[in-house]
Design a protein around this ligand. Structure first.
Ligand code: NAD
Ligand code: UGA
Length: 464
């Protein structure tokens, strides 16, 4: 089966970059990315490619090359579904905020809406691909909706979870460690659909890196991969607290442990806590699934990864207050970095939101600088948390355009995102601008403790 027309529902952090790379690597395939969010689609179509809604190194140049040739962004979801042979569903699957499973289970309402829309519109057979991260066995629900509400059209459901990390999305998509495709291996039609998707990826990914499995293994592997990665961060963060008590240095411990080839060096960087839209959501989802099967020990085991992460964020903020003589009321605190990691403008579940919230509760005056996050986003993150009124957030937080401006006359600085530019700052100049004693809290182990102490900072680094 030769695929000529692909539709992707959801023009977000996954749909946008993934489809841009498919369009680049498969010039003979027409790729249409659709979304109900008109503003987002307008931004994707902005004549100035630097204004596309997602910041990812290397993405704007691919969009520039492919847009309006074989890559299209549109709000006409029905038309794109109708024309496509293959439909990727890449909509958001946030943690439920209501009803059964509130705060734990994945909210599948957007997925179900997509399935119903596909069923209503499709006039010929389609391959439907779960690109969103979903609870294991969601494919069965999708198939049920499609088969029972459709126009008699035949569907093959595949699971093709995405493993890209933000900030390195383009690189990850161009040379993935593996591509995972789950499908109905038992049937001829299932195998054909899987082969059609394998052929798309085989345009640029070596065949041995394309893994085919049954649907359930594929769905569960995605949740497991994120749980393992997050678990490593929580593990090293747990050790960081012990380091602070014992005089060990967490960077040295991580290096010594990571050089064991059985452990490996990646994801052992202690931090103020992991953020991002997926680690927490996916582990909560895993915990929820385990609980629904009555697997209490399994659920408790994975839940601890989240408990440790919440502890790390709170502990960092509490340590700031304690170090500054147990009060930050009325003190100006500069937060450098709001994104959940460097090289992205995504702030979902960023540790900075929680640290700022904690400090605002202690009546600190917060000044934020982030190279890629807008003022509007920062306020919206705090408003969404709901700890205080929008007015109080705007009164307590100022957003500025440079690190120097943020740190001017500040009592303390908290480095919360590991942006490269923070390493290059003239720290002596910053020290001179600050009130004394000048406190510097490094939540990312970005800065060299010794040199910062020599400048005169009261310096704290996580795990040191
Ligand atoms: P996102 O919120 O950035 O994008 C999702 C988009 O889907 C939004 O623009 C929304 O308007 C749109 N949408 C929702 N319902 C729709 C509908 N019925 N019709 C059309 N459009 C609709 O989310 P994201 O970060 O791209 O994540 C999408 C999925 O991919 C999630 O399941 C996530 O867990 C998974 N994932 C994300 C990442 C990541 O790095 N962000 C990586 C791997 C997997
Ligand atoms: C993560 C996974 O790495 C991707 O494989 C997966 O596709 C994605 O989730 C997803 O499903 O959404 P992402 O959240 O974009 O990607 O970014 P990561 O690089 O994994 O970082 C997550 C968080 O952990 C960040 O806040 C980061 O700063 C933190 N982190 C990471 C650490 O604190 N220490 C580390 O050693 C590594």
């Amino acid at each position: 089966m030769k695929i000529k027309n692909i539709c992707c529902i959801g023009a977000g952090y996954v749909g946008g970059p993934t489809m841009a790379v498919i369009a680049e690597k498969c010039p003979g395939v027409k790729v249409t990315v659709v979304d109900i969010n008109e503003k987002r689609i307008k931004q994707w179509n902005d004549p100035d490619v630097e204004k596309i809604p997602i910041y990812e190194p290397g993405l704007s140049s691919i969009v520039k090359e492919t847009r309006d040739k074989n890559l299209f962004f549109s709000t006409d979801v029905d038309k794109a579904i109708d024309e496509a042979d293959m439909i990727f569903i890449s909509v958001n699957t946030p943690t439920k905020t209501y009803g059964i499973g509130k705060g734990m289970a994945a909210d599948l309402k957007y997925i179900e809406l997509c399935a119903r829309q596909i069923a209503a519109v499709a006039k010929n057979d389609k391959i439907v691909i779960e690109k969103s991260t979903l609870p294991v066995r969601t494919a069965a629900a999708l198939k049920n909706i499609l088969d029972n509400t459709g126009n008699g059209v035949k569907y093959q459901i595949l699971s093709n979870p995405e493993f890209l990390a933000e900030g390195t999305a383009v690189e990850d998509l161009k040379s993935p460690d593996r591509v995972l495709i789950g499908g109905d291996i038992e049937s001829e039609e299932g195998r054909e659909a899987m082969e059609a998707l394998v052929n798309i990826y085989a345009s640029w990914v070596p065949k041995e890196k394309i893994l085919t499995t049954n649907v359930w293994s594929s769905e569960l592997s995605k949740l497991t991969a994120n749980a393992f990665l997050a678990q490593r961060v929580s593990s090293i963060n747990a050790i960081s607290e012990l380091c602070e008590k014992t005089g060990a240095d967490v960077n040295e411990v991580a290096k010594a442990v990571g050089m064991d080839s059985r452990v490996g060096p990646k994801f052992l960087k202690a931090s103020v806590g992991f953020g991002g839209s997926c680690f927490q959501k996916d582990i909560l989802n895993l915990v929820y699934i385990a609980r629904t099967y009555n697997l209490q020990e399994v659920a408790d085991y994975w839940e601890q990864v989240i408990i440790m992460n919440d502890h790390q964020k709170r502990r960092f903020a509490a340590n700031m207050v304690q170090t500054m003589y147990n009060t930050v009321a009325g003190k100006k605190i500069a937060i450098l970095g709001w994104a959940f990691k460097k090289d992205t403008n995504d702030t979902r579940e960023s540790a900075a939101i929680y640290v700022a919230d904690y400090l605002l509760n202690e009546q600190a005056e917060i000044v934020v600088y982030d190279p890629k996050v807008t003022e509007e986003q920062i306020y919206s993150d705090l408003d969404y948390l709901g700890s205080r009124s929008g007015d109080a957030n705007r009164k307590g937080v100022t957003v500025v355009k440079s690190s120097y401006e943020a740190c001017d006359n500040a009592h303390a600085i908290a480095v919360l995102t590991e942006w490269d530019e923070f390493k290059q700052l003239d720290w002596k100049k910053i020290y001179d601008q600050m009130l004394k004693p000048a406190f510097l809290f490094d939540g990312r182990r970005l800065l060299e403790p010794k040199t910062k102490k020599e400048i005169g900072f009261e310096f704290y680094a996580i795990g040191n």
